[in-house]
Design a protein around this ligand. Structure first.
Ligand code: SF4
Length: 309
């Protein structure tokens, strides 16, 4: 019998298991069973275990499945979960969170270079704000993060993967598929996490303007290729407003004035490679003066060439 194409399913919410009984998939953000404020997953699971002694399975995406549930137990289980602040309906979960994963990293793992589990919720919030700002409210994709290259949360399969590479810096991986059937590739080696918005914004704008119908973010990055993405980003640097905005975003950036420039135009600008340290100094100087890096570098080079001519 031919194997059907692989499709990722997380089996969250209520499902029939085929023998008259039910199973229930519960989303666990970053795999952490805890009580925190009104969210009391630990308490709910303890009560369910004590009252119903149901078997449980942990999934490869750090969720939980309760099974062998009699239909008459459904309401009582639902009451326990809802009264402890647990979302049961999968569609009610923010999709960026639903499909994300992070490894424990700091402070649990001795191999961690950066934060991961503790940082990812805030990073997803920042990405959601950015997507909303760019008119991509309906968009979601697979985001994964780890605190070192061991990759325990499988960031190398994500559509947008972050891998801790130095303190406060992450490798950025792009191009995985929504079903995780294609490997992502390294797009950037050391992205300072405080520059998340200005780094991602031109990529998202390019995705918005050049994507094909129904094309996912990971499929888009894989199709157009990294050279085209880099070229677009170099020609469309967002202008930093401040290092700390009213929204609490770090280095928030404005939407580029022109969101429609094509990659191959007559006015195409060319790229020059510089070492990391110089790149960082140019970036800091540009931020300080409220200029784009491209403008600042062009001014400096013109002044130098004028001087030596
Ligand atoms: S990816 Fe690295 S930091 Fe994260 S849990 Fe694995 S070994 Fe630890």
């Amino acid at each position: 019998k031919p194997i059907p194409p692989f499709q990722y399913k997380d089996f969250l919410g209520w499902n029939e298991q085929g023998d008259g009984k039910l199973f229930l998939g519960i989303s666990i953000e970053n795999g952490r069973v805890k009580d925190e404020g009104a969210f009391k997953l630990k308490t709910a699971l303890r009560e369910i275990t004590q009252r119903f002694t149901l078997p449980m399975r942990l999934t490869a995406n750090h969720n939980l499945i309760l099974y062998e549930i009699e239909p008459e137990q459904q309401q009582a289980l639902e009451n326990i979960l809802k009264s402890n602040g647990i979302i049961i309906t999968p569609e009610d979960i923010e999709p960026l969170v639903r499909y994300s994963m992070a490894c424990p990293a700091l402070p649990t793992c001795g191999l961690a270079i950066t934060e991961s589990e503790r940082a990812l919720p805030g990073i997803i919030e920042r990405i959601r704000v950015l997507l909303d700002k760019l008119g991509l409210q309906e968009e979601h994709f697979v985001i994964r993060m780890t605190g070192c290259p061991n990759g325990c949360a499988r960031p190398y399969m994500a559509e947008l993967g972050f891998v801790g590479s130095a303190p406060e810096k992450y490798q950025v991986w792009l191009g995985g598929s929504p079903d995780q059937t294609r490997l992502a590739r390294v797009y950037e080696n050391k992205m300072p996490i405080q520059e998340l918005e200005s780094f991602l914004e031109p990529i998202f704008v390019y995705f918005k303007t050049e994507r094909q119908a129904e094309e996912s973010f990971g499929d888009f990055c894989d199709r157009v290729g990294f050279d085209a993405i880099r070229e677009y980003c170099h020609s469309n640097q967002p202008t930093p407003i401040s290092t700390k905005s009213e929204n609490g975003l770090v280095n928030e950036a404005e939407v580029p004035e022109s969101v429609k420039p094509k990659v191959n135009t007559q006015n195409r600008r060319h790229r020059i490679r510089v070492r990391d340290e110089l790149h960082q100094r140019i970036k800091e100087a540009a931020n300080k003066q409220g200029k784009t890096m491209t403008d600042l570098a062009a001014e400096a080079l013109e002044a130098y060439l004028e001087k030596i001519s």
